[in-house]
Design a protein around this ligand. Structure first.
Ligand code: DOR
Ligand code: ZN
Length: 438
C-alpha cells in the first residue's frame, strides 16, 4: 500500500523543461517542477527522474489565465452553456480560473442560492472557479453572509437576466456596504437607455444597439459609480469599459481602490462588425443575426484604440471575456428579441497572443493584465504567478503557431464565435490546471 501511494505521488510530478517563464517583471529561462497540484520549484536546470517531462524549448510558460467575468449559465439556461462545457471552453483557451456572474435563473442574490450554485458546480467544473453574488438593493444582509463570493455584482441597467438597481438610495447603500469585497459594476444608465429606445423606435437594424446604448449612457453611469466609490471608500471594479469618454472619468478618479476591466470584444471589434461579420466565415452563416449585439455595445474605431492605449498604460487593469453564450438561433432573432452577449473563453488568449505578435502590447503586460492583476483584485490566493508555492496552473504558449479560430470546432455549448475564421498567430500549446495536463 505504501509503495502504491509512493508511486502515485511520483506519477503526479511534472517537469516543464527549457521554457521561458513570463511575469510582469520580465522573462526568465527556467524549468518548472510541479507536484501535488503546486509549483514546487522554478529555477535553471532542474532534474527529477521521477517527473514526467514536458519539453518547452522555444516556448513561453505563463500562469494560467484568470477570466474575472464569465456567464456559464447555470442554473437556469443550460441550453446555452453549462459548467462542463463552459469550463472545457476555458481550459481549451488557457483559462484555468473563471469568476462567474450571478445573472442566473434564479438570480444568485442570497447566500443560500450562492451555496446551492457552488454545490451544483461541485465535481463538474474542470477549472478553478468562484462565483459572484448579485446586489439587488434590498439584500445587504445576504451580501454580508456570502463569505465565499468573489465579489458583488451590481447591474446599473438591465441586461440578460433582468437584474437592475436603478434607485439612487439603493445604490448609495450598496456602495457604502461594499468596502472589502470588490463591487463589480455594470455601468450603463437605465434611464438614458429607456429614453433612447423611444427615440430610435422602429429602427430594427442591429447597429441601432450602439446608438441606443451610446457613450453618454456609460459616461453617466461610470461618473455616478466613481463618485459613490470615492464618497464611501468602496473597492470598485468597473466592468467592461468600452469608450474614450469613460477613460476621461477613470483618469480623474483612479486610485488603488478603483480598478477597471476591458472585454476582448471591445479590443478586437468595432461597429463595422455589424455589417462585416456576416461575411467572415465559410463554416457558419451569421447573416441577418444580431450576433455582435452586446451590452455595452461595440463602439467606434477611436474608442477601440482608446481601449488599447488605456490597457497599455495601466488605466485599464485587466482583460476579461464577458463570455456570454447564446445559441445561434437566439442570436438570429430580430433585433428586439435577440439576446445580448458573445462567447469568448476559447479565443481570449489566442487573440491577445496574436496582438502581442503584432506589437500591440508586451507579453509581460499581457501576463500582468490576465493573470497577476485579476488574482490581486479578487484576492485569489495562490493564483496568477509561476512561483514556488503557487497553484500549478500553467500555460505553455507557442508564439509562432498559426491557427484558424473554429477550425477544430468549439467547446462552448453555443458552438460559435464572433472571431470564427480569424487567422491568429500565437496559441496555447499545453494547459496545466491544478497540476494536471488537460
Ligand atoms: O452582453 C451582455 N450579455 N452583457 C451583459 O451584461 C450580460 C451578458 C449575458 O449574460 O448575456
Ligand atoms: Zn457580463
Amino acid at each position: 500500500m505504501r509503495v502504491f501511494c509512493y508511486q502515485m505521488k511520483v506519477m503526479k510530478k511534472l517537469l516543464l523543461k527549457n521554457g521561458t517563464v513570463v511575469s510582469s517583471k520580465g522573462k526568465l529561462k527556467a524549468d518548472v517542477l510541479v507536484e501535488g497540484g503546486k509549483i514546487v520549484k522554478v529555477s535553471a536546470k532542474i532534474s527529477d527522474k521521477d517527473a514526467k517531462i514536458i519539453d518547452c524549448k522555444g516556448k513561453f510558460i505563463i500562469p494560467g489565465v484568470i477570466d474575472a467575468h464569465v456567464h456559464l449559465r447555470e442554473p437556469g439556461a443550460t441550453h446555452k452553456e453549462d459548467f462542463e462545457t463552459g469550463s472545457s471552453a476555458a481550459l481549451k483557451g488557457g483559462v484555468t480560473t473563471v469568476l462567474d456572474m450571478p445573472n442566473n435563473n434564479p438570480s444568485i442574490d442570497t447566500a443560500e442560492r450562492l451555496a446551492a450554485k457552488y454545490k451544483l458546480a461541485k465535481g463538474r467544473m474542470k477549472c478553478g472557479h468562484k462565483f459572484f453574488i448579485a446586489a439587488t438593493g434590498d439584500n445587504l444582509v445576504e451580501l454580508k453572509k456570502a463569505k465565499d463570493a468573489c465579489g458583488v455584482k451590481l447591474f446599473m441597467s438591465k441586461s440578460t437576466g433582468g437584474l437592475v438597481v436603478g434607485d439612487d438610495a439603493d445604490l448609495e447603500k450598496i456602495f457604502a456596504f461594499a468596502k472589502g469585497l470588490p463591487l463589480v459594476v455594470h455601468a450603463e444608465d437605465e434611464a438614458r437607455i429607456e429614453q433612447r429606445k423611444k427615440e430610435f423606435e422602429g429602427d430594427l437594424s442591429p447597429s441601432v444597439h450602439s446608438l441606443i446604448r451610446d457613450d453618454e449612457t456609460v459616461y453617466i453611469a461610470i461618473k455616478k459609480a466613481l463618485h459613490l466609490a470615492k464618497k464611501h471608500g468602496t473597492k470598485l471594479h468597473i466592468a467592461h469599459v468600452s469608450t474614450k469618454k469613460e477613460m476621461e472619468a477613470l483618469k480623474k478618479f483612479k486610485d488603488k481602490n478603483i480598478t477597471a476591466e476591458v472585454a476582448t470584444h471591445h479590443l478586437f471589434l468595432n461597429k463595422d462588425a455589424y455589417a462585416s461579420h456576416g461575411k467572415r466565415s465559410d463554416s457558419v452563416t451569421y447573416y441577418d443575426c444580431n450576433f455582435v449585439k452586446i451590452n455595452p455595445p461595440i463602439r467606434s474605431e477611436e474608442d477601440r484604440l482608446a481601449m488599447w492605449s488605456a490597457l497599455k498604460s495601466g488605466l485599464i487593469d485587466i482583460v476579461v471575456t464577458d463570455h456570454a453564450p447564446h445559441t445561434l438561433d437566439e442570436k438570429k432573432k430580430p433585433y428586439l428579441e435577440a439576446p445580448s452577449g458573445v462567447p469568448g473563453l476559447e479565443t481570449l488568449l489566442p487573440l491577445m497572443l496574436d496582438a502581442v505578435n503584432h506589437g500591440e502590447l508586451s507579453l509581460e503586460r499581457m501576463v500582468e493584465a490576465m493573470c497577476e492583476k485579476p488574482a490581486e483584485i479578487f484576492g485569489l490566493v495562490g493564483k496568477g504567478f509561476v512561483k514556488a508555492g503557487y497553484d500549478a496552473d500553467l500555460v505553455v504558449v507557442d508564439m509562432s503557431k498559426e491557427g484558424v479560430v473554429g477550425s477544430d470546432g468549439y467547446a462552448t455549448k453555443c458552438g460559435w464565435s464572433p472571431y470564427d475564421g480569424w487567422k491568429l498567430v500565437g496559441w496555447p500549446e499545453k494547459v496545466v490546471c491544478g497540476g494536471k495536463v488537460v
